[in-house]
Write a protein that binds this ligand. Sequence first.
Ligand code: G6P
Length: 483
Amino acid sequence: MSRSSRKRSTSDLVVVANRMPVDRVVDDDGEVTWRRSPGGLVSALEPVMRANNGAWIGWPGDTGSDIEPFEDDGLTLVPVTMSEQEHNEFYEGFSNATLWPLYHDLVAKPSFHREWWESYVTVNQRFADAAAKFAAKDAIVWVQDYQLQLVPAMLRELRPDLRIGFYLHIPFPPAELFSQLPWRRQILEGLLGADLVGFQLSGAAQNFVRLVRQRVGHKTHRDAVYLPDGRVVQARAFPISIDFAGFEELARSEGVTARAEEIRRDLGNPTKLFLGIDRLDYTKGIYARLRAFSELIADGEFSVEDAMFVQVATPSRERVDQYRLLRDDIDRLVGRINGDLGRIGRPAISYLHSSFPREEMAALYRAADIMVVTPFRDGMNLVAKEYVACRYDSDGALVLSEFAGASNELRQAYLVNPYDINGMKARMLEAYRADPKDLSRRMRAMRKTVAENDVSHWASAFLDALSAVQPTHSKSTRPARRS
Ligand code: G6P
C-alpha cells in the first residue's frame, strides 16, 4: 500500500465516519503501517472518491496521540483521535450503551448519562472541525451513522457553502421510543443540518419526519422538512448493499472452493450445515436461534449426524457491560447444548468467537446449506446479502428475521419472527426439508434483487440525490464520476 504524508489540499468529496477505512497495524519492531480494511463502504466509494480528490475523516480505533493526515492510494486519510475518557463516554457510553439499544427497539435497556452526552457533543465537534478544514469550497460532505448525528448542523454552522449528506446505517426508532432520549431535540436539530438524510427503510425516514414535526415544530410534507430559513431537508430511504460481483467472484475462486470442502470435511460431513455469522451483539438473536436449533435435535427432527450449526460470533464492544453479559450467556448455552446433545467428535454447535477475513467468510457461505439470520432488530444485515451473492449455483436456504431491513428486499427467504421460538423451529425445519427446486426458485429471485441493487448502486443513488438538492447558500456542482 502506498503511503505518504499528505500535501495540504482540500477535497471535493469528504466522508466522515467513526471508523477509518484502514486499520492501524503495529509490527514487532513497533513500526506503524496501515492496512486497508475490506469494508463495503470504502470499496463502493473508492472510485467516486478518487475522482474527487476524496478525503476520509475517521477514528483509527485506538486512543492516544495525534496522527497526522496522510495519503493512501489516492485518498486523504484524516485520523481523529480521542482520549481514553472520550472512548469510554462517547464510543462505549453514548454511542453504544445509549443510542444503540434505543435505536434497536430497546432490545436492551439504554443508559442515559449527562457526562456521556457532553463527550458526544465534544467528539462530534472535533469531527465537524476536521471536515470543515478538509472540505474544498462547495464540496460534498457525507457523514455516516449514529455516532455522528450532531456533525451535520455543527458543520453547516462552520461552512454554509457545503452540501451535506447524512446516512444512518442502523434503524431509526418510532417517536414513542425516541422520545425517551433527554437530548432528542438536539439530535433532531443536528441531523437537520444535512440537505439529505438517508435511512435504510422508508419507515425510518417517516419516523424522523414525524418527530421533526412534533418535537421541533417544522413544517413537513412527505419526505421534505421546511426550515424557517428557507432550506429544505429531504429524508429518504436508500437501502444499503454489498459488492455482489466481488463476493461472487471470491466465492468462485479455487482457494475458497477448496476451503469450503475442507470445512465440511473437518466438520465430519454433516448432511446439512446451518450457519450463523454475526457480531456478538444482543440485537442479533443468537441465543434464541441456537435454542431453536437445539430443540429440533432434542425433539428428534434430526440428529447431530444429520445437522450441525456453525456459529461465528465476532468480538465486539467487549468492554460494554451488556456485551460482556451476552458473551457469558452464549458460552453457557453452547456448553449446555453440546453437553446434552453432542456425541464424541460430533458437537451440535461449533462455536467460534473470532473474526475472519473475507475469504474465510466466503468459504463458510459456500459450505453452508442453511444460513440463519435472526436479529430482533437490524438496520439492514449485510451477511444475508453476502450469503446470497456467494450461492452462484442458486442453491442454499436463507432463514431471515422479519425485523432485519434486508427482509424488505429478500422476500423469498424463509421469514421468521425471532421472538417466536416455535415459529423459528418450523421455518428452520422447512428449510432443512425443502425441495431443491423450491430453494433454487427462491435463491434465483434473491440473487437477482441483490445483483441489481449492489453497493455502488446505493452510493450513486445517494450522491445523485444529494447533488440534486437545490443549494440555498451557494451554487454547487455534481461530484465528477469516473467512467
Ligand atoms: C454497525 C454500525 C457501524 C459500526 C459497526 C461495527 O454496523 O452501523 O457504524 O462501525 O457496527 O461496530 P464498531 O462499534 O466496532 O464500530
